[in-house]
Ligand binder design. Structure first.
Ligand SMILES: [Zn+2]
Length: 954
């Protein structure tokens, strides 16, 4: 998924990635071109590693899991400061005496290991230099975002990357300081002096200098154990957030597992022990929804667990890459700096696109290989059968780079079992496999950038094992994940963004999840049609094409690109139904959209299912970020490239435009999960596909001895589809088209959605989601929708993850849940306000859709039985009650809080409805339940209208 403004470095969950340090390629086998940043007195040697070293012992903690939550290790005022006071006097023990008989590992830095201690030799010139430090979670506990192979730290350490300096505090102590690198200038100018006093750096940790300086090199020895067997990555925060238990770091049972040093990177792999003195128990009588303590479900003993954290300290590029300005019309993640030196800037924030350093080997050639390609390593943990599809998805991007003169800009290499590097380091951009019971993303592509320039330094795409397993083994799930509606996003507190481990800095990528649900739905339907056999070569090809599509998307993030959720609107249904067209042009403007699978109706020609190639936007975006431009021409050329943004094929809008936590999506063309230039028609088609699958399920004869749970899953998959359609189609009503154009394009950037389209959307909703016609099933069908009992047993007794399956199936509840999604949006204050605003925004003078028309349409469609005289089913009574609940609530609200036209329109509808109910009561011969429903509804309306009249006489 995500996902993933990324202020500068990494973000952890789904940001793009980056990598392009000169030195990166020294390791990956490419040529090194730039001089190293720091003089090194120790000669470069082959990478060396040392074996496991046990951890710090000086903190006085008991050697068991019983760590009091209040211990310094648990709370850590500076997060990593050892409890012992810093030494203020110079150590006198001779350097060579201390390291006598120690195992030496040489490289950019040198380490010495003896017994359980590791010392780092820091040369005088290595102090006060800025280095990049990244941290990655290498080993986890398999649940709650605590997985192995995650890039980044947790919570306050969320971005996982720091720019650090070794500072000598006094003769006896060294500090590792994280530099506040997003503000400047920090010079001696008047404004620089002010900036220096305005912002703070952060302490990563400190350590005691263990010996007198080296007699000739004047270097000192710093003890690494206490520095890095600490909670720099903020794991304890993540544990507390996940389980509401006070896990604390137990340094005595933590250790440095491995040290690896190359000529430009120092890697320290740790195994950290977290313990719990006693389990917290839920407080009796806690209010519903209050967070309650829980326990990890996959540990032998819940009081003790180990996490692997790898720290990488590396040189920054000695020559800073020339930054490229970000432009709102093209979707790049950006690195921003607050530069106060220029008083003429309204906002002193400078944004640079995140991109790899890419320079032609032969500048004069039309087509040249880069001096250093962008290398993605396929981790040795990727199952072999998927490596080819993944490679294809990565290399697809070379087409865009070729257009701007680069040959083989992107390269894929395979890590082998004998390669001595970990893709969690800072020098190997990678794609790797990740396993957990409840991984909330299907794939993500975080990255790390140089804060000075936006240069991508490292990126690791993580693919959840559940992705491919779902397709090959049929996902063992009973309930599809709930679909978060754009209204949910809008209602979510902003803190939601920072809470989730797969969200950060506004970036989310759920593409893989969405794709998987969509792929399984499509596979089931194709199988039911008899067009595809599970396990057949066609099936394998389908999965491979889906994986390639997914990888192209994730790699796009790691090249710096954000989502483009308008891209899917550039082609017609006829175009994407033509496989020759889609092979050349794609299904959509960009692989960075969440394009749905292009599944034809039974009588339609089947075209390509997935994006098999880049779209027009992708070429354009890569040109903006990566086209080599002479500095003197840069501003002019970039303006020209970005100036094409009004070309229809280059349509772009991103996450926050589609709807996001705290931000309502208002443009019905900017969506996750649609296709074609007529999304409404696409939704109608999808409703038909859902109904087709359900029809086929009803007549399906399962072979004897087959579990019924497969029927149940597919039944619910249909509802997941309808939930998505409900949410997206409702965006038309009160919708506003937003374009990112700058002046001169001849288009208006803000336009209300035409009334005709809003009415069409209301019709679609009434016909397909409010009416019962799509929810009629053959007698006996629902009785066959049994669950997977073994899976349920796991969920209940052994923490199998996911929701616990209900045994019984409530069709009315499923229908009502979907209808609530759409009704809550249509009756929201925000929609009423936008409809009223549309009057002033109508550039043509055309009458907008009025609030009164919307509310009247809802009443007429939802209460249509009052006009037709037909009986009202229990399903329809549910919908009517939901509608009535909104109406009554609105009438009772303080008038000052209700949008202008909404209360008058609702009051008018309430009176009309009340009259119809009274009329129906007089003449209808209906069931007892229906009569009671009408009576109750009329009484509620009468009471609400009376109360309103008392407050504000009509
Ligand atoms: Zn994405």
């Amino acid at each position: 998924l995500l996902l993933l403004a990324f202020l500068r470095n990494v973000f952890m969950p789904s940001t793009p990635l980056y990598c392009s340090l000169v030195a990166l390629f020294a390791i990956t086998g490419c040529t090194t071109i730039a001089p190293v940043a720091t003089p090194v007195t120790v000669p470069s040697v082959e990478p060396k590693t040392i074996a496991k070293v046990t951890g710090a012992t000086a903190n006085g903690l008991a050697p068991t899991a019983a760590v009091p939550a209040s211990s310094p290790a648990a709370t850590g005022a500076p997060p990593t400061a050892p409890p012992a006071p810093a030494a203020s006097t110079a150590p006198t023990r001779p350097f060579n005496d201390l390291i006598k008989d120690a195992k030496v590992t040489k490289g950019w830095f040198t380490t010495y290991q003896k017994d359980d201690k590791v010392w780092l030799e820091v040369l005088p010139e290595q102090f006060n230099q800025t280095f990049a430090m990244s941290m990655n979670i290498t080993h986890g506990i398999g649940e709650k975002n605590l997985y192995g192979n995650l890039m980044g730290g947790y919570g306050a350490a969320g971005r996982g990357t720091r720019m650090i300096k070794f500072l000598k505090l006094n003769p006896g102590t060294v500090q590792v300081m994280a530099i506040n690198d997003s503000v400047g200038p920090k010079d001696e100018t008047p404004i620089g002096l002010a900036v220096q006093r305005a912002f703070s750096d952060s302490l990563v940790g400190n350590a005691v200098i263990a010996s007198a300086p080296h007699p000739t090199r004047k270097s000192v020895l710093v003890e690494l154990n206490s520095l890095f067997t600490s909670d720099i990555a903020h794991v304890s925060y993540q544990l507390e957030q996940a389980f509401r238990q006070s896990y604390a770091l137990d340094a005595r049972n933590s250790s440095i597992e491995k040290i690896r040093i190359t000529d430009d990177q120092l890697t320290i792999a740790t195994k950290l022990h977290f313990g719990l003195a006693r389990l917290a128990v839920p407080t009796p009588g806690a209010p519903p929804g209050a967070p309650v303590p829980s326990i990890p479900s996959l540990l032998p003993d819940v009081r003790s667990l180990f996490m692997g954290v790898q720290y990488n300290i590396a040189k920054l590029p000695s020559v800073v890459m020339v930054p490229r300005a970000a432009d709102a019309r093209i979707g790049y993640f950006s690195t921003s700096q607050w530069d106060y030196s220029d008083a003429s800037q309204r906002v002193p924030q400078v944004r640079h696109v995140n991109r790899w350093r890419l320079e032609k080997k032969d500048e004069a050639a039309t087509l040249s290989e880069p001096k250093q390609p962008i290398v993605f390593w396929l981790d040795k943990n990727i199952p072999e059968k998927y490596r080819a599809s993944i490679t294809e998805g990565v290399l697809e991007w070379n087409k865009a780079f070729e257009k701007i003169g680069f040959k083989n800009a992107v390269v894929v290499k395979q890590q082998t079992t004998t390669d001595d590097f970990d893709t969690s380091d800072l020098r190997h951009a990678s794609i790797r496999w990740l396993i957990g019971r409840d991984v909330p993303f299907g794939a993500r592509g975080p990255s790390i950038t140089d804060p000075r320039s936006g240069e991508i330094l490292d990126a690791d795409i993580e693919i959840s094992d559940s992705q491919t397993r779902a397709l090959t083994a049929r996902y063992r799930e009973d309930t599809p994940r709930p679909v978060a509606s754009s209204a949910d996003y809008a209602a979510a507190p902003r803190s939601f963004l920072s809470k989730s481990a797969h969200l950060a800095d506004g970036h989310v990528c759920d593409y893989a999840h969405q794709k998987i649900d969509d792929m399984i739905f499509s596979l089931e339907l194709l199988e039911a049609r008899g067009e595809m056999v599970i396990g057949s070569p066609e099936n394998d090809a389908f999965i491979a094409a889906g994986l390639k599509d997914l990888m192209a998307h994730e790699v796009g993030h790691t090249l710096g690109l954000r989502h483009n959720f308008r891209a899917s609107t550039i082609y017609t249904e006829a175009q994407i139904s033509d496989p020759a067209f889609t092979k050349a042009n794609g299904l959509s403007g960009s692989v960075m959209d969440y394009n749905t699978i292009n599944l034809g109706l039974p009588n339609q020609r089947q075209s390509e299912y997935f994006m098999s190639t880049l779209g027009p936007y992708d070429y354009w975006a890569i040109e903006y970020g990566y086209r080599p431009i002479a500095p003197a021409q840069e501003k002019e050329v970039l303006a020209k490239i970005a100036g094409r943004s009004a070309e229809p094929l280059l349509a772009y809008d991103t996450d926050e435009d589609a709807g996001f936590p705290g931000v309502d999506g208002v443009d019905p063309d900017i969506n996750r999960g649609d296709l074609t230039n007529d999304p409404l028609a696409h939704y109608r088609k999808r409703v038909k596909l859902v109904r087709e699958l359900w029809d086929k399920l009803q007549t399906r004869q399962l072979p004897a001895g087959t579990s019924y749970e497969q029927l149940r899953r597919n039944f619910d998959r249909g509802f997941a589809n309808l939930n998505s359609i409900a949410d997206l189609s409702a965006k038309y009503v009160g919708g506003v088209r937003l374009l990112r154009d700058y002046s001169g394009t001849g288009r208006l950037p803000i336009t209300p959605v035409p009334v005709k389209q809003q009415r069409e959307a209301l019709n679609l909703i009434a016909e397909n989601l409010f009416s019962e016609s799509n929810f009629v099933f053959a007698p006996g069908f629902l009785n066959r929708l049994a669950i997977d009992y073994l899976n349920r047993e796991s969920q209940i007794f052994s923490g199998g993850g996911g929701m616990i399956s209900g045994v019984s199936l409530s069709l009315p509840e499923r229908i009502l849940a979907m209808q609530r999604t759409v009704l809550s949006r249509l009756t929201s204050d925000a929609v009423a306000r936008r409809l009223s605003d549309a009057e002033a925004l109508s550039a043509t003078g055309a009458a907008p859709l009025s609030v009164s028309e919307l509310y009247a349409t809802l009443t007429n469609k939802i209460w249509s039985e009052l006009d037709s005289g037909q009986a009202v089913s229990s399903t329809r009574r549910n919908l009517q009650r939901e509608h009535l609940r909104w109406m009554v609530t609105l009438l009772k609200r303080d008038g000052a809080a209700v949008p202008g036209d909404a209360r008058g329109a609702a009051r008018s509808q309430a009176k009309t409805l009340l009259a119809k109910l009274d009329n129906a009561k007089r003449k209808a011969k209906s069931s007892t339940d229906q009569r009671a429903h009408f009576d109750d509804s009329a009484d509620q309306l009468r009471a609400a209208l009376n109360a309103l009249a008392m407050r504000s006489p009509a």
